[in-house]
Design a protein. Structure first.
Length: 143
């Protein structure tokens, strides 16, 4: 990880299954032990498959990742947190719709507050105008 913490593998929930993906037999054994220790009787003995790089490439050849690959319950909080971070940073950056001044600076005047409100409404309308009203971008709360 970014802080130097080693990553054993990826753990993913797929329906009724918990999938651990690793890149070595040793990591598979260690990961299975960790999952078993944490979840105990909630999981059964693992079913193991080994796939070579060539097999993995062949299985995914021609497939493109899709937003549907991530559950909305997982994607929404991630997307909303990213948007929170982005919009907080934008408070102190110049915005073209506000006359190239920051929203924080624009909000100091009555006319500026009106422009900020219009800008926020514009952002809200743009994000909710997609074809799927349940998309994480469309469900972001601008308040």
């Amino acid at each position: 990880m970014e802080d130097g913490t080693p990553v054993l593998g990826n753990l993913e929930s797929k329906g009724r299954f918990l999938v651990l993906m690793v890149n070595s037999a040793e990591r598979a054994q260690r990961g299975a032990e960790l999952v078993q220790n944490i979840l105990g009787r909630m999981v059964r003995a693992p079913l193991t498959t080994i796939q070579t790089i060539e097999q993995l490439k062949a299985a995914h050849q021609g497939k493109r990742p899709s937003a549907d690959d991530i559950l909305r319950e997982i994607a929404a909080p991630l997307v909303h947190a990213m948007l929170d971070k982005q919009y907080r940073a934008t408070l102190d950056e110049p915005v073209g719709m506000l006359g190239d001044i920051s929203p924080r600076a624009a909000a100091r005047t009555k006319a500026g507050r009106q422009k900020v409100a219009e800008w926020l409404k514009y952002l809200e309308m743009r994000s909710s105008s997609g074809p799927d009203p349940q998309d994480p971008m469309a469900t972001y709360d601008f308040s």
